[in-house]
Write a protein that binds this ligand. Structure first.
Ligand SMILES: [Zn+2]
Length: 288
């Protein structure tokens, strides 16, 4: 599938830098889903490229998280108090959702990574088993309890997107949180012990009463709101009548590829999957 949400430049992830960077580094300063960005002279947005985050004039968390090198430039994630405005008049806090297409793609991806790591660090300070303060593990992106050795890794919640297709039609649905008229692809979180394929079948059946046949993996997207990994499938309709569950889905219908309703942009995997669906149908059924 076109568009993989992968790096364009060369990114080399590291857990720590061999020596503290002497030149400027990319600093991904975040608070929840918000990121500190700065406006460039040409009006575009970027991320602070500075030697010391203290220069930003913000109350910062204690621990910077080395992320790796982007085209040789060190990258850090670091938490800060998003209620405080930066000293730099060109700096501002923005929600990461608003930065897709506004930040260079590589910086956007790294911002999502930083946001997830910082949120994990802030919410996993004590051992869930014995209550001792956790310390960072040596060789993994993990925290460890010095008393009972319990390990905590950054949280990742895999979720499937199931694009159900019937000929030239696609099944789209609306959850109660969506505005009327805006439809998307069915999605749901993977449960413990479940395969991705079983999750696709279960979610589609639970939410709209439809059975699906063969399915195919199309692509994935990190979704740091707050810690999901979206995994996209296309699957064929195999039976059943549309029956929205009324809780997670309040409206669902089949839509012809030439008449799709309002749907999410290509920032989200749902938008990318639908673009793929339309292109595939145009090839099979014609573009008029
Ligand atoms: Zn413990």
């Amino acid at each position: 599938m076109e568009g993989h949400y992968e790096f364009i430049g060369r990114f080399e992830p590291v857990l720590r830098f061999a020596a503290p960077p002497v030149d400027a580094a990319w600093w991904f300063i975040c608070d929840g889903a918000r990121l500190l960005v700065n406006r460039q002279p040409d009006g575009s947005l970027s991320v602070p490229l500075v030697r010391q985050p203290a220069w930003l004039g913000l109350p910062l968390d204690q621990t910077p998280h080395p992320l790796g090198y982007l085209d040789g430039v060190p990258c850090y994630g670091l938490g800060a108090d998003g209620g405080v405005s930066p000293a730099d008049p060109n700096g501002q806090w923005m929600d990461l959702r608003r930065l897709f297409d506004r930040l260079p793609a590589d910086l956007f991806l790294l911002a999502g990574r930083a946001i997830q790591i910082v949120a994990w660090d802030r919410t996993h300070r004590y051992c869930g088993h014995c209550g001792t303060a956790l310390v960072f593990a040596e060789n993994d992106r993990a925290k460890q309890c010095p008393a009972c050795s319990l390990r905590q890794f950054p949280r990742l919640a895999p979720a499937v997107m199931a694009m159900v297709v019937r000929g030239s039609e696609v099944l789209l649905a609306r959850g109660p949180e969506f505005p009327v008229g805006l439809f998307s692809i069915l999605a749901g979180f993977v449960e413990p012990g479940e395969t991705l394929e079983a999750c696709v079948r279960r979610e589609v059946y639970e939410e709209v009463g439809i059975f699906v046949g063969p399915m195919r993996y199309l692509g994935s997207q990190p979704w740091p709101f707050p810690h999901s990994l979206m995994i996209g499938f296309v699957c064929e309709y195999a039976g059943g009548d549309l029956q929205p569950d009324g809780v997670e889905i309040v409206e669902a219908d089949w839509f012809d590829y030439r008449h799709l309703p309002a749907h999410p942009s290509a920032m989200s995997l749902a938008g990318k999957l639908l673009t793929h669906f339309v292109a595939d149908c145009e090839q099979r059924f014609g573009s008029s």
